[in-house]
Design a protein around this ligand. Structure first.
Ligand code: BG6
Length: 514
């Protein structure tokens, strides 16, 4: 399905139309860590090369180790920029004028006072108006002391605006999320708080709003009368990588379901917001989450990958990964079924499935419509009624497919399944990276794509019955679609029958493996 009007205004494709944001100081806690190097610093560089920070955005890196002074941090910043992006602007000039470093070893009050002095010095030197962003790119156990340290040093207020960014996971259950929210709100107003879920920065996720609410055709079908089920899958080929320290404590339910999959569910299920504004959208998402009937343990299946092959390459099982206990009970796969108790969705199952070391990297939302109530083609040989299916794909391709029947040309009379498809890459060529989008919104002060305190708490409340399970996870071979037991709560992914004609590789009607 090719849109007739081609819009080309992605961030990347439109550097001639920079959107200057107010000058500010961007303070990154954990500035020498993995997330800062892979995502935050490259995104800031890209925004800089598009002229978005033309009026001045200065970075102050803060960390316990990894750098010693401004010069060492500037070298880290330079290295963090992917080689292909380095020539997009004057990287040396940027790092030497817009990147500073402040070590913080213990996080005691003296160090926060020194940080404040340094911030004020840099602001004076650059003539900045006191607008500040504090980005906590830190392990979750460091959130409370950093938030309290900022508050105690009076860094929660400034002559301009102050924003605080908190990465996921936000808490590890309802009680800890509530406690963290209480601490945050002791020093910061909710309007200053930006909780990150990077899925909200993905184009297709934002496109869900446009798809649903700009196209009345779909919205009029978007309810229990026409939809039979909704299936959300986030499958990764990667294993736990070097993150065992974090993942052993988290597992797939906390790492993926409570955040990313729940955000996707909320956008699919929510009612029409009154306006395209942060509060209106976040309010509707919370309402949708509140209507989720309590999730029961018997509606969930947990799995853990064993040794296997991914794309022919032998990989170890989760318990053999570095840093993982050989007796680990941590789940790397979750499948679950839940229902929303509201007029729109009553009786429509929502299936969620996510796992590491799955057969294929795939993120999609599969909306199955109800079949035709009366099948008038019953006299046609080899023809059975099939439902229309809409597959919104996020990874590896972003776009959507709509499966429907046509008459195959000629005789004998036959029905054939075809797809209409739309693919972002084909249509728009370049897409902004999620972190670019989120950082731009952060610089502009737009909270739409960030998670509200109520959302995060409601989400933990939904999954509370599953958090303290004791049964061991079911093993599944790496490179599969998860444990066979998951077939009892979510639809099985069957072997692929035929590639969709129009758009091979993006997804199939049955949800089949490639
Ligand atoms: C992160 C999780 O939030 O999302 C990781 O902590 C996961 O475990 C990652 O691999 C997946 O993100 P994406 O954008 O690659 O789907």
């Amino acid at each position: 399905m090719t849109p007739t009007a081609t819009v080309t205004t992605t961030l990347k494709a439109n550097p001639e139309h920079p959107e200057p944001v107010e000058p500010c100081l961007f303070v990154i806690f954990g500035a020498t860590g993995d997330l800062a190097r892979r995502k935050i610093i490259p995104a800031l560089w890209q925004l800089h090369t598009y002229g978005i920070d033309a009026r001045g955005c200065v970075i102050l890196g803060v960390s316990r180790d990894g750098a010693t002074d401004d010069a060492a941090f500037r070298a880290i910043v330079r290295e963090a920029i992917p080689p292909d992006d380095r020539s997009a602007g004057d990287l040396d000039a940027w790092t030497s004028t817009a990147a500073y470093y402040q070590p913080m070893a213990t996080g005691d009050p003296g160090e926060f006072a020194a940080l404040r002095t340094r911030i004020e010095e840099i602001e004076r030197e650059h003539g900045l108006p006191g607008n500040r962003i504090f980005y906590l790119s830190l392990p979750p156990q460091a959130f409370p002391s950093t938030i309290a340290g900022l508050g105690a040093a009076g860094l929660n207020r400034s002559p301009g605006w102050t924003r605080i960014v908190i990465e996921k996971p936000f808490g590890r259950d309802l009680a800890s999320a509530q406690e963290l929210n209480r601490l945050v709100h002791q020093f910061f107003d909710e309007s200053q708080v930006y909780r990150i879920d990077h899925y909200l920065g993905k184009e297709t996720v934002q496109n869900l709003l446009v798809f649903r609410f700009a196209n009345a055709m779909f919205e009029s079908l978007w309810n229990r009368d026409h939809i039979e089920s909704v299936e959300i899958t986030v499958a990764e080929e990667l294993g736990v990588e070097q993150r065992a320290g974090y993942y052993e404590q988290a597992g797939a339910l906390r790492d993926m379901v409570q955040s990313h999959l729940t955000q996707l569910l909320a956008l699919v299920a929510m009612e029409v917001p009154t306006a395209f504004q942060a509060d209106a959208i976040r309010e509707e998402k919370v309402k949708a989450l509140r209507s989720i009937a309590s999730v029961r343990l018997e509606d969930a299946v947990f799995g853990q990958y064993a040794a296997g092959r991914v794309h022919g390459e032998a990989v170890p099982g989760y318990r053999e990964e570095p840093g993982v206990s050989p007796a680990s009970m941590t789940e790397t796969f979750v499948a679950l079924r839940l229902c929303l108790d509201n007029w729109r969705w009553q009786g429509v199952p929502f299936y969620l499935r996510t796992g590491k070391r799955m057969a294929r990297r795939l993120t999609e939302i599969r909306v199955r419509f109800r079949k035709a109530p009366v099948w008038m083609f019953r006299s046609v040989p080899d023809t059975t009624p099939q439902a229309n299916t809409l597959v919104i794909t996020l990874q590896p391709n972003e776009g959507f497919l709509l499966f429907f029947d046509v008459k195959a040309p000629g005789e004998p009379f036959r029905l054939q399944r075809l797809t209409l498809h739309f693919n972002y890459d084909e249509e728009f060529k370049t897409l902004p990276e999620a972190y670019q989008t989120l950082l731009l919104d952060l610089l502009r002060g737009d909270q739409t794509l960030f998670v509200h305190a109520d959302e995060v708490e409601t989400s933990w409340r939904v999954y509370a019955p599953l958090l303290d399970r004791h049964a061991p996870p079911h093993p599944y071979p790496a490179g599969s679609w998860g444990p066979a037991e998951s077939g009892s709560v979510v639809p099985e992914r069957e072997p692929r029958e035929a590639a969709p004609r129009a758009h091979a590789g993006a997804g199939t009607e049955t949800g089949a493996a490639a």
